[in-house]
Design a binder for this molecule. Structure first.
Ligand code: FAD
Length: 411
């Protein structure tokens, strides 16, 4: 689009058209709001991810009315296979699927457009427009000429994901380093199609602090990756810094310890490069709002620490932001009360994020994965419990705490 045709104002400006931003924009536009949805990339675009959709993502896709469209493209999967260092495994049943983000995010953007939101891309968010402390719009760099373009808005939503630049520019970033880092590649392998039909997650001492995965996508293309869920460490002086780890070596170690990963990488056909990206987890590391602006999705850490899953919770938090803005528009609240309502809704999610954070010790003590596998193989009740946690029909409770683990051994 020519820069001259770009709009200069709107009611709600949503910055970032990933799952969080698109869900928020769709809900607001369907509610009659004038919404501009802005992204630095043209769609369809790639996003480094494992592409695994777990039950909370399916629930959010149903709320957005796009579940059938997603299911028509996605590879359905029935189990998460948890594989311990010994090589033993359990299959935890769940409503799961795999769909590359290039397709998923395009479906979500189009749904927002169908609801009436207007997509503007490529436009890169540079800084908020301020009236005192209050955010009243944003300044962008346009993709065409690189010129500066300003859009004023009654309310702004920031949904720019785990990369911290936009968060910092918006004055919300409390921790620059991410919570985790991971990389993934796509590999086509016809021969493994029959053998790998689960979301496979592998823990091993050589992958301490994280895990490796192989997820079967559509058309015989696998998403293979490895990541650290605790890449951010606290120094003695309390300052955060990145762990000193070479992610490519970590990925190579995964291929050395897990034979199907080696087989996939040596005899499969790579589809593009292996790429890495940061994760922000546990609803930590950023302020959730400031006057005139709500931040949502992975920008505020809406990804689970232990598992690195975040697509579902990104949409869920995007919908919470939209609901808060709709309550305000109905005259039920003012900006301050609207922000309080949004933050209270996020706080209600915090305990679940905290449980996933404490479950991260499985990543640091991979032998615990063998213990869970060993118990799960013997106890249908424990397997049902794990499935309930995955489906979010049951709280993890103390299952993943040290106490819970000890109970597992002696129960
Ligand atoms: C390697 C890896 C594997 C993962 N695997 C899984 C998985 O299997 N399942 C799962 O559920 N989750 C997974 N996650 C987490 C998942 O990717 C995130 O939780 C999810 O993408 C968050 O959605 P979001 O909408 O908040 O942010 P994003 O999806 O990151 O979207 C943010 C959008 O904002 C745009 N943007 C950023 N900065 C600007 C700017 N300055 N101006 C304009 N636009 C901007 C970006 O272009 C992007 O479109 C994985 C993450 C990684 C890194």
């Amino acid at each position: 689009m020519s820069d001259a045709l770009l709009p200069h104002q709107c009611d709600v400006l949503v910055i970032g058209a990933g799952p969080a931003g698109s869900a928020c924009a769709q809900h607001l536009a369907a509610g009659g709001r004038e919404v501009l949805l802005v992204d630095q990339h043209l769609f369809p675009r790639d996003k480094v991810c494992g592409d695994g959709l777990i039950p909370d993502a399916h629930a959010a896709l149903r709320r957005l009315g796009v579940y059938d469209e997603v299911a028509a493209h996605a590879q359905p999967v029935q189990h998460v296979r948890c594989i311990g260092p010994s090589g033993r495994h359990i299959d935890v049943p769940g409503s799961l699927s795999v769909l590359p983000r290039r397709t998923l995010d395009h479906i979500l953007v189009r749904a927002a457009e169908r609801a009436g939101a207007r997509l503007l891309a490529p436009l890169r968010f540079e800084a908020p427009l301020l009236d005192g402390e209050r955010v009243v719009g944003a300044r962008f760099k346009t993709g065409g000429t690189g010129a500066s373009h300003e859009i004023t808005a009654r309310r702004v939503v920031l949904a720019t994901g785990a990369v911290p630049q936009a968060l910092t520019a918006a004055g919300l970033c409390e921790r620059h380093t991410p919570s985790g880092i991971a990389l993934r590649g796509y590999v086509r392998h016809e021969g493994l199609r029959e053998r790998i039909q689960q979301l496979q997650i592998i823990w091993h001492p050589r992958l301490r602090g994280g895990y490796g995965w192989i997820f079967p996508g559509p058309n015989g293309v696998f998403n293979i990756g490895a990541g650290l869920t605790g890449s951010h460490v606290q120094s003695a002086k309390g300052k955060g810094r990145m762990q000193d780890v070479n992610l490519r070596d970590f990925f190579d170690a995964f291929c050395e310890v897990y034979a199907p990963a080696a087989e996939l990488m040596t005899s499969g056909v790579p589809q593009g490069e292996i790429k890495g990206a940061p994760l922000r987890c546990s609803l930590r590391g950023a302020r959730w709002s400031r006057p005139g602006l709500l931040a949502t999705g992975e920008a505020i850490g809406s990804t689970y620490a232990f598992s690195g899953e975040g697509i579902g919770k990104a949409m869920e938090t995007g919908l919470l932001a939209a609901a808060a803005l709709q309550a305000e528009a109905r005259g039920a609240t003012d900006d301050g009360a609207m922000r309080q309502g949004y933050e209270a809704a996020l706080k209600a999610l915090q305990p679940r994020f905290d449980l996933y954070e404490s479950a991260s010790h499985v990543n640091y003590h991979p032998w615990l994965a063998d213990l869970i596998v060993w118990r799960g193989q013997r106890s249908p009740r424990i397997l049902r419990r794990l499935s309930g946690v995955l489906e979010e029909t049951q709280s993890p409770g103390r299952l993943f705490s040290w106490r819970g683990m000890t109970k597992l051994i002696f129960e």
